[in-house]
Design a protein around this ligand. Structure first.
Ligand SMILES: *Cc1c(COP(=O)(O)O)cnc(C)c1O
Length: 402
């Protein structure tokens, strides 16, 4: 028979179970693990950006002008394709919205979109009065499932927006083949792909994000990169209320009183403050790139032989990963998330599939995207995460699966 004391000791040493997850009762270890506070994402700002903002404010010209002009030129050089032009706008959402309009996507048109993306992609379609058609994705990389996409094509389908989820683009050629077959426009949501060496080599329309946590940030910002001249021409006016020639006027310090307007336009341009921040970010991109690629490589090296998790096929030589999602099998995602949170490691679930949102639901299920949603977990990769913190995260993931 067990003594009362023995029973008490056994009870005490059982793990506490919270929401089905076994929690370590005492997570304050030697070395003070509890003190860790590793954020999932962060901007990478310093003194340089602060000085740039001061410089613009002191000049009293904060609207779209010289800084935006310079930033566009510097971005064009950065992308390295002499034929491709950059148009800076207020966000990647704005970039997608304007690119769709520049491709003549009209109210009632249907646009194929992978359901597994940030809601911004869907809202950009809706902003045009067009209908985003949610498509399933492949589990291994979150890329649009092209069979599923093809099965959803109707007479109204006019465009497809592949999302380069976590920078994975190995199936992008197939998107262009499908688009050719059905005469669809292609607009790439490249919000996760800034700095990817392969991007500018393609003839396409690419939308980038410079929002607070992306590879470079303007506070808020975004741009469209394309070699398609007609598209760039329309974008340059459309971002500034459709006033013809206003961009050139402002870049030469003038205003365009009395110019004509020939289509619907918006105030979705970038301002000088945002551009000045972006220019500083571009100067330090090498550091950002090295840190993100190093972090991703360490994860790949040390996490790839844990059998419960699967890594996405991110090319860490050419891509500059914005997020690092892992796929957690055997229903253990939520418990791993809690375990890491207890160790001071913030993680995220990107993204809730859009067909599960009331506004974008079409009444059908997309089983692979839903499965991925139940398994995926983003772990910290931003440039402020140090090498020793990456090892700390790796050790804790290993510990969890031990
Ligand atoms: C961040 C993001 C966007 C939107 O970018 P904003 O600049 O915030 O508008 C669009 N698509 C994806 C996949 C994103 O991650």
């Amino acid at each position: 028979m067990m003594t009362r004391l023995a029973r008490y000791v056994i009870l005490l040493s059982l793990p506490v179970v919270v929401g089905g997850c076994a929690m370590q009762k005492d997570n304050v270890k030697e070395g003070g693990d509890k003190m860790r506070n590793i954020k999932l994402s962060s901007a990478f700002f310093g003194e340089e950006e602060a000085r740039a903002v001061e410089r613009v404010l002191a000049g009293q010209v904060v609207n779209m002008g010289k800084e935006v002009f310079m930033f566009e030129q510097e971005l064009e050089e950065f992308f390295g394709n002499l034929n491709a032009k950059v148009t800076c706008v207020h966000s990647c959402t704005a970039a997608l919205q304007l690119a769709l309009q520049a491709c003549d996507i009209k109210p009632g048109d249907e646009v194929l979109v992978p359901t597994f993306t940030f809601v911004a992609t869907f809202q950009a379609v809706a902003a045009n009065g067009a209908i985003p058609i949610p498509c399933d994705v492949d589990i291994e990389d979150g890329f649009i499932d092209l069979k599923d996409a093809e099965s959803r094509i109707t007479k109204k389908t006019k465009a497809i927006i592949p999302v380069l989820f976590a920078g994975c683009d190995s199936k992008i050629k197939k998107v262009y083949e499908l688009a050719k077959k059905y005469n669809l426009k292609v607009i790439e949501d490249a919000a996760h792909s800034f700095g990817d060496e392969n991007i500018a080599k393609r003839d396409g329309i690419f939308c980038f994000s410079f929002d607070p946590i992306k590879n470079i940030s303007c506070g808020d910002g975004g741009c469209i990169l394309t070699q398609q001249k007609e598209v760039t021409e329309r974008l340059k006016d459309m971002r500034l209320l459709g006033v013809i020639g206003d961009t050139e006027c402002r870049f030469s310090g003038k205003r365009s009183w009395g110019a004509d307007v020939q289509e619907k336009g918006w105030r979705l341009h970038m301002n000088n403050i945002a551009a000045a921040i972006g220019r500083e970010q571009l100067k330090k991109f090498d550091r950002i790139k090295k840190a993100r690629q190093r972090n991703a490589k360490l994860y790949k090296q040390h996490l790839s032989n844990i059998k419960e998790i699967q890594l996405m096929p991110i090319n860490t030589d050419t891509a500059v990963p914005h997020i690092f999602p892992i796929i957690v099998n055997n229903g253990k995602r939520d418990c791993l998330k809690q375990y890491l949170a207890d160790k001071g490691i913030e993680t995220g679930v990107q993204y809730k599939p859009n067909h599960l949102l009331t506004f974008f639901s079409k009444g059908y299920n997309l089983p692979k995207a839903e499965e991925l949603y139940s398994k995926i977990l983003s772990i910290p990769i931003h440039p402020f995460v140090t090498e020793s913190e990456i090892y700390y995260i790796i050790e804790n993931i290993k510990q969890y699966f031990k």
